[in-house]
Design a binder for this molecule. Structure first.
Ligand code: PCA
Length: 153
């Protein structure tokens, strides 16, 4: 029997269209996905670019920063577990439900958030929307482009 359960996921970083990990989300072997539209978190969060690999993170500090802009997808359980694999949930990012506004409606979506960050990160620049090729010049280093080990810190 096939699993018909569908989940909403809000992506704000490298998984968006045109960004370095979008291929992971659009690959049909990974599971089902359907684009629902542009979204914006209901709460504000710090969206920063950090670590030596220039990874975009929404930090677990609601009420700080901006309402973050991204994209909402409807995915199946298979795709959700593939996204967890990419994002190292639950050991690195944590996936949790947050309210996201899509076409004037508020819907609950999974979002990958970083809880274990150092407080100094709150002093770095906070963005509304992520683009790898943005003016910040902090280009993302893909997992395959990282020389040592499997850890992503
Ligand atoms: N990938 C996930 C979390 C941050 C990232 O680079 C996303 O795009 O939402």
């Amino acid at each position: 029997m096939t699993d018909e359960t569908r989940w909403n996921v809000f992506v704000y970083g490298t998984l968006k269209k045109g960004e370095p990990n979008h291929g992971w989300l659009s690959r049909s072997e990974n599971g089902f996905q359907e684009y629902l539209g542009a979204g914006r978190t209901n709460k504000s969060f710090p969206l920063v670019i950090a670590s030596r690999y220039n990874i975009p993170f929404v930090l677990d500090s609601p009420g700080t920063g901006n309402r973050v802009e991204g994209e909402v997808y409807r995915v199946d359980a298979s795709m959700l577990s593939k996204l967890d694999e990419l994002e190292n949930h639950p050991s690195y990012y944590t996936r949790r439900l947050e309210d996201v506004e899509v076409s004037g409606e508020m819907i609950q979506c999974w979002i990958y958030i970083w809880s274990g960050f150092k407080p100094e990160l709150l002093d770095t620049e906070m963005y509304t929307s992520y683009s790898n090729m943005g003016q910040h010049g902090k280009q993302y280093v893909s997992k395959t482009g990282r020389s040592q080990g499997k850890h992503i810190h």
